[in-house]
Design a protein. Structure first.
Length: 405
């Protein structure tokens, strides 16, 4: 739908400008040029949508289509940002979406690949492909120029992309977050909070965003220490219940005691988290990008906290971040004999096929062919070592004689 502003000159219409209402379908075609026959009689100026209008329209499509209309706000923001970057890039080339053909989009794919790592470039281009497909399906474009163009893909074997940390590094992180080694009230409170979060990530496989979403109301601690549970709001807005081990329960009990003294207020959630009293909150006095004191921690704040411990124990490296703690849980629990289905449920995987990658990693570790070459660890007999030493000394003497000659 559109409204028009019509400017008359006598009995002749000289300008008709369609004004499209924000949020309604806005054609993405370039401005049509008047035909010679119409010149002198009628001039039509068609409003071309701005980037903001195109993004608003795309946002509405996404809310209806992505994940059957049940996509998380984080997913929608990711799509929106990727398409915004593409539209800005197009504008810098002097182009609009209706003018983008396969060559233009291949050029954009190459630009993404040169600027980002392959996985990031692939995700961004997939969002762009979704944008053109939606526009075409809704009649906003005459064809889909992205239909035959594949997104960049990481050719690294899937199992090779699993990054985990050693058992020793995990133990060191727990020592560094032990409040008994801290001095001062603030340092002790931070250590108590951090250890509870680290245990949920390393021993129960929670994602960073799942730590952010936790509310006090999701914790159910039992007196016997055997039936304590935690309700986790995971990906695709799915709930799952995890059973806490005594070590994690003790850490949460300590944190909840400190949490109670802070008088944390309930919030309404932000679309990613459910309304309730945030379990893990920022301890900063001012808003420095990680959240205000007493407010729900941000994903950025959780990631910064985990990175700090990874760096402190010397485990921080390319690809090693907060998600590596989740991979560590999957890898080491399977290594020690945990049932694959139980691991899959604990991690909130949609399919057990996703969890089998950990069993493949463990199989590779346990069946390492280098382990069968134990003969290389056996020391040589003393007479063989002595013979080698004599041969080495004799060789050195011959080289000295030749130099003197």
């Amino acid at each position: 739908m559109s409204r028009s502003i019509v400017i008359d000159q006598g009995t002749q219409t000289v300008l008709q400008v369609p004004i499209y209402v924000s949020g309604e379908n806005v054609p993405m075609q370039p401005t049509p040029q008047p035909s010679p026959a119409s010149q002198g009689r009628e001039l039509v100026a068609v409003h071309e949508p701005t980037i903001e209008e195109m993004l608003e329209q795309f946002s509405r499509w996404m809310r209806l289509d992505v994940a059957d209309g049940n996509a998380s706000p984080a997913t929608l923001r990711s799509y929106w940002g990727d398409v915004r970057d593409h539209l800005v890039w197009l504008m810098a080339q002097g182009l609009r979406p209706a003018q983008a053909d396969e060559d233009v989009l291949k050029g954009y794919r190459a630009w993404l690949t040169a600027k980002y790592k392959v996985s990031t470039a692939g995700r961004k281009f997939t969002s762009v492909r979704r944008f053109y497909d939606m526009a075409y399906q809704r009649g906003q474009l005459p064809s889909n120029p992205a239909a035959r163009i594949k997104s960049p893909s990481d050719r690294t074997d899937e199992d090779e992309r699993i990054k985990y940390v050693s058992r020793l590094a995990m133990q060191k992180m727990l020592v560094l977050s032990d409040e008994q080694y801290k001095h001062g009230v603030n340092a002790k409170i931070k250590a108590i909070r951090d250890q509870a979060m680290l245990l949920l990530a390393m021993r129960h496989g929670l994602r960073e965003i799942e730590l952010v979403r936790l509310n006090v109301e999701n914790v159910a601690l039992s007196a016997d220490g055997e039936s304590s549970t935690l309700r986790v709001f995971g990906k695709r807005s799915k709930w799952r219940t995890i059973h806490l081990v005594p070590q994690t329960q003790m850490a949460l009990e300590k944190w909840l005691a400190a949490h109670a003294l802070m008088h944390v207020k309930a919030d309404e959630g932000d679309g990613m988290s459910q309304p309730g009293t945030p379990l893990f909150v920022s301890l900063h006095w001012a808003n420095n990008g990680h959240g205000e004191r007493g407010a729900r921690m941000s994903t950025r704040g959780v990631r910064a906290m985990i990175d700090g411990y990874l760096e402190a124990v010397g485990a921080k490296a390319a690809g090693i971040s907060g998600h590596a703690l989740r991979h560590s849980f999957g890898t080491w629990s399977v290594f020690d004999g945990a049932d694959l289905r139980a691991v899959s449920k604990e991690m909130g995987h949609g399919s057990i096929e996703t969890t089998t990658k950990y069993s493949r990693v463990v199989d590779a570790m346990k069946s390492n062919p280098a382990k069968y070459m134990n003969f290389m660890e056996v020391p040589l007999p003393a007479d063989e070592v002595e013979a080698l030493q004599k041969r080495k000394r004799a060789g050195s003497g011959n080289r000295t004689t030749r130099k003197q000659e």
